[in-house]
Ligand binder design. Structure first.
Ligand SMILES: [Zn+2]
Length: 126
């Protein structure tokens, strides 16, 4: 079921398992694909998967940011409004754990692997 839901779309470049250049796995679906020529930093097998990944990250960021900031400014409930800070800390942990489990179930790239890829390819520098 999951494999069908997350299978690469029809327009995804097909990978040749014998070709070492085709070992890139899509960050969204986990399916190996061949990056476009000259695109070593390509993370997604297709445009729909790139859009789905970034839309989900934006949605998660919007939910997470105010809670994480409340946790941080209260030092996880040790300063200022302690009850709110403690609650925010727990909510942050719960959100992250739920998203990790959701991503594992969907065969998405793990967050540490995603960040390693971004750092390796200079995608976090502004
Ligand atoms: Zn994909």
């Amino acid at each position: 079921m999951s494999a069908v839901l997350h299978a690469a779309p029809e327009n995804a470049r097909q990978a040749d398992p014998a070709d070492p250049r085709h070992r890139t796995r899509c960050a969204e679906c986990g399916v190996p694909f061949a990056p476009a020529p000259g695109q070593a930093a390509q993370l997604f097998c297709s445009t729909p998967h790139r859009i789905a990944f970034h839309n989900r990250m934006a949605k998660r960021g919007k939910a997470y940011l105010p809670v994480a900031m409340a946790a941080r400014i209260t030092r996880d409930g040790f300063r200022r409004d302690k009850a709110t800070g403690a609650r925010a800390r727990l909510e942050c942990q719960r959100m992250i754990q739920n998203w990790i489990e959701e991503d594992r179930a969907a065969n998405r790239m793990a967050p540490d692997a995603y960040m390693a890829f971004c750092y390796r390819h200079g995608l976090r520098e502004r």
